[in-house]
Design a protein around this ligand. Structure first.
Ligand code: LIP
Length: 263
């Protein structure tokens, strides 16, 4: 019998919307901002948002594990929630509207429930396994553009870019020359949501954390897209590298990434 995740999704969506209200109280305010690294930021609203989401998830699913960006993981269950209280914190702290609350539920590598809620954009993407993907309640699907020449792409860079060798610059250059364009807007969760609704055709990035991408991966999968690592193996959100696409141009994208990496 097919499992029904609708009720589970409702809890996650309600939590994301409630957290979004907290986050919006801090948007363009004088809230406290601290540095996690040279360029990486955290605000009091990241902490408040994560506390709220954890409370809601723990109350509804005491047997589940919760892994979030700003607090220690809790619980031991095989079902794991990945919580990003604000994905795109640098944008948020600078008053840029491209940030989102992101929540994803996985069983191992199996995507079950995803929510990406962008309060400033007033867009909310949701999905549950076998139940399809939605944006603001309307069904959404990946695009049908089948070649890189027609594609609009998005990517990101690690926040510790100044100190790592593998910076994504070669891939950026190759994709910029072979597609309609590459955008870099600063929230992996939203990049994935926009792949799911057909705005972008392709997203790739590495040095990611599971909470950045878990919610979005569920939504892309349910919207008919493909998610993989850089070699084309099924995506594991805990491993940090991801290619997400409409499926049609996935192999061409993998070949470009391989070229960029000199293989
Ligand atoms: C950020 C991402 C962004 C990525 C950054 C960072 P945060 O997440 O979503 O797109 O390029 O490296 O991980 O820290 O704002 O939640």
């Amino acid at each position: 019998m097919r499992e029904d995740w609708t009720g589970t999704l409702r809890v996650a969506e309600d939590a994301a919307r409630e957290a979004g209200e907290i986050v919006m109280r801090g948007f363009r305010s004088d809230g406290e901002v601290s540095r996690k690294g040279t360029f990486d930021l955290v605000t009091e609203f990241d902490f408040a948002s994560e506390r709220l989401i954890r409370d809601r998830l723990q109350a509804a699913f005491p047997e589940h594990r919760i892994v979030g960006e700003e607090q220690e993981a809790t619980g031991e269950g095989e079902l794991v929630w990945y919580v990003d209280p604000i994905d795109g914190t640098v944008n948020f702290a600078h008053g840029h509207p491209y940030f989102a609350v992101s929540i994803g539920l996985f069983r191992g590598m199996e995507p079950l429930v995803g929510v990406v809620h962008a309060p400033r954009l007033e867009q909310t993407w949701t999905a549950s396994r076998g139940g399809g993907a939605f944006c603001n309640g309307a069904p959404c699907r990946v695009s049908r553009r089948a070649s890189l020449e027609e594609a609009l792409c998005t990517t990101g860079f690690p926040s510790n870019m100044a100190t790592v060798d593998d910076t994504n610059e070669t891939a950026l250059s190759l994709f910029a020359r072979s597609t309609r364009g590459v955008r870099r807007c600063g929230s992996a969760a939203l990049d994935l949501a926009f792949v799911a609704d057909g705005t972008y055709d392709l997203y790739w990035e590495k040095s990611l954390r599971p909470w950045d991408i878990a919610g979005g991966c569920v939504i892309v999968s349910e919207a008919g897209g493909r998610i993989s690592d850089y070699r084309g193996a099924p995506a594991d959100v805990t491993l940090g590298e991801l290619v997400a696409s409409n499926g049609l141009l996935h192999e061409a994208a993998l070949r470009t990434i391989e070229r960029a990496r000199g293989r």
